[in-house]
Design a protein around this ligand. Sequence first.
Ligand code: NDP
Length: 244
Amino acid sequence: MQNKWILVTGGSRGIGRATVMRLAKDWNVVFTWQNSEMESTELEQACAGLPGSVEGHQCDGRDEQAVAALSAALLARLGAPHAVVHNAGITLDALHIHQTSENWRKVMDTNLNAIFYWNQHLLEPMMLQGGGSVVMMSSVTGIKGNSGQTAYAATKAAMIGVSRTLSIELGRFGVRVNCLLPGYIRTEILDTVPKDVLSGIRKTIPLKRFGQPEEVAGAVSWLVSDDSAYMTGQTLVLDGGLSA
Ligand code: NDP
């Protein structure tokens, strides 16, 4: 058990939830949520027996002031984080010509701008402490197009660009930055896709199944650990072979 803490944004459900539970076996974890208060309280309770402490905070990543306030409070109480997992994300799908500017901006604000807000406060303390790990939850959609997802794909591809560039800027401070690119993972995000479409997609996946949130959480756990100490600026694809 490491007496250091890790921030997971969007930890209340899906991949974030599984990640919080996995990381709390080795680290103290702070997670954020936006709407899911009940699920967040339940998650804190579910983690009560694990070695690491787990605490959830409501914080809309699109709200720059809220991110600044929570960052300042956490840094004052806990010091620099060992790792930041930028996981919070949404998709609001529509064919590009039908996409509304409101939804386009919402996806940009949630998936991309929030990362900038958090980084503005948390990266410098990590540099000053001499190391750490940043993990961005991108998507295979960031490297392989998917009809209806131009906004989502733009943010997920941008995350790859941000992490590669950051890895160059932060390498000499011992801070590593990597992207995870999951394919189709069994969470509520998949509930928005019609069943017959999902069944068609499953057939195209070499492993013939969707991934589990715990399988992504395992990769996050590796990326924040010293087992991946020589890896930075990279993308790790977890898609059952979909993009092979
Ligand atoms: P879920 O919809 O299950 O969970 C999304 C999480 O993000 C929730 O905890 C939600 O909080 C949080 N969130 C959403 N908007 C905000 C916001 N403005 N501020 C703070 N938190 C927010 O998604 P998944 O677990 O499926 O996805 C997690 C990440 O993985 C996303 O970035 C997604 O793009 C990526 N991904 C997912 C794949 C999949 O197939 N599932 C594939 C590839 C990538 P709340 O519960 O309070 O709303």
